[in-house]
Every structure is written in C-alpha cells, then in structure tokens.
Write a protein that binds this ligand. Sequence first.
Ligand code: AGP
Length: 622
Amino acid sequence: MCGIVGYTGTSQAAPILLDGLARLEYRGYDSAGLAIRDGSELAQVVKSTGKLRSLIEKTDSGRSLAGTCGIGHTRWATHGEPSQTNAHPHVSGNCTGSACGQVESEVVGVHNGIIENYLELRDKLSRHGYQFYSETDTEVVVKLIDYYYRKYKIGPVDAINRTLVRVRGTYALALMFRDHPGEIYAARKDAPMIIGVSGENSYLASDVPAILNYTRSVYYIGNLQIARVLPGEVHFYDLNGDEVQLERTEITWDAKAAEKNGFEHFMIKEIYEQPAAVRDTLASLLCDGKISLADTGLDDTTLRSVSSIRIVACGSAWHVGMAAQYILEDLAQIPVRVELASEYRYRKVLSDDRELLIVISQSGETADSLAALRKGKDMGIRTLAIVNVVGSTIAREADHVLYTHAGPEIAVATTKAYSSQLIAIYCLAVETAFMLGRIDEEAYEYYIQELTSLPDKITRILEEKERIQWFASKYSNARDIFFIGRGLDYAISLEGSLKAKEISYVHSEAYAAGELKHGTISLIEDNILVIGVLTQKDLFEKTVSNMAECKARGAYLMALTSYGNYSVEDSADFTVYVPKADPHFMASLAVVPLQLFGYYSGVARGLDVDKPRNLAKSVTVE
Ligand code: AGP
C-alpha cells in the first residue's frame, strides 16, 4: 500500500520525509516523490520510479530541496501504471515528468487509497476546463479540491469538506495550499494516518515507524475528519467545518523494535521475536494465573449469550481463524464458522443477534476485513476485533478489542503477529470453555500451564533451525510443494503454504490430507515435495497413509511432527521434530519450522524476503 509522510517545523523537511518514507518501504511501492515549500509561493516537486534510492540520489538525500514544510509519498499503483508522471505528489496545475520541479499550482497533494468515482469527477472537471497529465485518481481529487477552493473562494478546510462529500472510496490525503505556506492539511477515510507533534515540529504519516524517531506523541485522526497541521500544533475539523478536539496518545513502541537489530531481514528478526510476542500477549491476558478478558469488555454474561461464533479475516489471519474453529469447537463447544472477509462482505449472510463476529487483523486496516466488520455491525451482530496495531480502524470500530502484543511487524509476511493471534484465540477458547463449565478447574489450570510453556518451546525450535535451513536451501527451486494435514494440521498447512508462496514465489498448495485422492493427487509425480504436518495424535496414522500414497507416486516426503513420533521415519525421507504441547496449541510450534522454510527458501533464491513482489503489508484497498 502507499505510504504518506508530512512535516512542518523548524528543520529542513526533505531529509525527514525521506527518512520517513524509508521506514514505510515495507508497505510496498513502485515509485516515490516529494513536494517541499520554502515559504515562497512555489512548491518544489520531485518524483522517481523504482526504489526510494533513486529519489534520495535525485535530491542529494534531500539537501537539494530547501524548505521546512513538505509532503512525501511512496506509491503502490492502483490507477495508472508505475511511472514518474503517475507518481505522487499530484498538483492542481501541470506536473508531467519534465514539468515537475517548481510548480505554481494552488494545491499539491498525496493520497493513499482508492477513489471509486474518479472518472465521473474527472469528466466534471474537464467540463470546467481542467486538463489531466496523469492516469491517477489522486490527480482528480487534488484538482477537485482546487475547483471548490477557487469557485467558492473558501478556505482549505471548506474546500476539502466539499470534496469529501463528493468523492466515494477510501483515502488518506496530505495537501499543501499555495496561499498557506508552512501548513499541511490532511483528511482520511478508511485509510491509516497518524499525526505527531514535538516542540515546534509536526509530523504526519501512514504508520507509526515513519515518525517514531521524532515523536511518540500522536493523534489518530478520525474518519471524515480534516486536520490543519502547523509547526508544533494541529487543529481538527469535522465535515461541517467545526473544530473538534482529539486526544493525544503516547506511543509505547520501542524505536529499536522497528529496526532490524542485527538481523539480516525483518522477517527473521520477527520469527525470533515470537517467544517474546507469545509471552507478552499471554501476559496481557493473564491476571494472577487466570485468564482475564476484562480489557475486551467481554464479560461472562456476554459470553454466555453467544450461541455461535463467526470468524472473518484475510490471509494468515484467516488461517488463524481456521485453527480457531477446531480449538473453540472442541474446548468451548460453540459452533464456529470461518469466512474469508472478501467473500463475507458480499455474501447474503444469515445470522442472529446471539452470534459473536470475530475479525482478526494484524494491521487493523485491511479493507476487506474492515468492510466485514462494518457489515456485521450493520446487522446488529456483536463484534470482537483481534488486532495488533493500537488505534487502528478495525480496533476503534469493533464493539470489543483484544490486542495482541507482537510489537511492530515490519516484514510483509506475518510471523509473530500470527503466533500472537493464536494465543489470543487459545485464551478466548479456554476461558469461555471454563466459564461455560465445559472444562473443570484442573483442566483449566493444565491448559494455562501448557500455554505458558510455549515461548520456551518456540525458543528450542529456533535453536535447532539449521536442519530446516539446509532443507529449505535444497528445495528452494522446487516446482510445486504440497502441504497436507488433517484437522488442526490442515490449518497449519495453510499457513505453511502461504509462507512458501509469498516469500519464495514457489507454487504450493495446502490440502486436507483426506481430500487429496479426490483429484489433486493426479499432480503428484517424481520428486514433488509433499510436507505432511502430523501434530494431532488421533489423526497421525491417517495422514501418514496419505503421505505414503504420495510417496508411491514418486513424491519426496518431509514430515513435521513432535518428538517421540519416530515411526514416521519409516515413510518420510526427511523429518523435522518440534517439542510436544497440548494438541490444541501445536500450531504455535509446528508453524515455526514452516516459517523458517519459507524464509530460507526465499533467501536461497536471493529474493527480497521483507518486501516480496506484488505484496503489501496491509491491503487497505479492495
Ligand atoms: C501474510 O503473511 C500476509 N502478509 C497476508 O496474508 C496478511 O495476513 C493479510 O493480508 C491480512 O492482513 P491483516 O492481518 O493486517 O488484516
């Protein structure tokens, strides 16, 4: 997704903006640009395609752009190909590749999101004499603001308000007006943005890492709110143009947490942070040795009223939901349905007011998951969000929030957030089961004991990573990989397959082991890698049989199981063992070798494992 930064204060803006954009690179992009004001009427606009490095070189690390106020952008193309002309910032005048530089436009802006009705607006503006140099929806929005600003001779806030009422879609906008030097105007709807202040300086960004080195004191601007950002002060307005007061929040993240700390990639760092992320998330849900959901507001009465649970999410978060189904149904004995957010949001959903809708999202900004949350709320369903980013949109709009404590997750491929989400689910399942009388005190204490043992067991797996590292390098050029399992092992296979695909670009599929023979086994031939996940004791032999069926057709078998199941070596060509834990919690252990497999496969192929091609950390557009 696009990244936005802004700064106005007493320092030179360009170096600060470039530093902020560098910390947003994980969001995925294909071009970048800056617009800087030095107090004169003109803005300096510089853009570049490709990596941020070319913009840094073009501006001599920002030194060639004098000025203490500016905005910056990294673009993940939605409308219009990646090009210098389509790169942001966009202006109300002309700014093609060559015409950039000093622009005397009334309005200059950057945008994250999608304007769905931009073509009709573009036609409207063309009829009023506007000409367009790019293919982007952003240029249309900037020119529409300019149109209202000139036509009604109103201030920036009112011109933006009129525009927000007219556009449909999602946006986080940062704008500068020629007649208002030193000021930045911002507005958002369903796309992330925060605004920070420190002394006589103000900062604006799509996400925390971009400003964490400058301030921890931030405002989370609300949907359909406008901000007027001055050096060291911010004013907020609603759609009526009335000023509104927002509370300032202190960010508790450690700046180092958003750095690599000596690891080669954020992904491996975050894999190694899993023991801490699991421990911290668990600690946040334990009070005097008992699970406490008090912070979520889900009390016993509320939980007793729940007759069914529906879990909606995307990607790895959906895989957590798939695991949750087995765990919640087995422990709490509440019917659970798991759905892809992108399907749920457009489906005719039959539900009742005794359903609990759980939306799982690391970023709390995923468009499909946010839409699903809103659909559930519109239907009067009680909603619980399991989110990693404090103050994110999903966190703020859900009825109840259970925060995971994975810390900032920078790598596009989620690892520690996935593991923290599992802990949240385990605690919800065990607490609900105990409260409903489905498990007794002894079982309750046993499960909590098992949960507290997980961080050390994950550490032990990481200490023995060399075997999986070697195997991943050996199979990094595989053509197809099949991950198979039954029950929870199928849910684990889903996450293992996605890690392999999104990091090493090797095609892989996760399959319910018992389903292979209904067609897909026709794909098994010599040397196809089949990874069998075998953590569930009562399904162990069945899956081993399915693996043997693949071996009989030429497959190379890797088994992933817990220590003690040595009989699997009679079938498997290569076996990875993990420590034992209660079967309900084995996903937390089995997923670690699969994360390492995906990571080392990508490294072996020389790929950008933190920023895989075509992907973004948070998919804030449809
Ligand atoms: C997983 O490695 C991917 N990054 C992706 O599938 C991700 O889990 C999905 O986009 C959901 O993101 P969210 O948790 O921020 O909503």
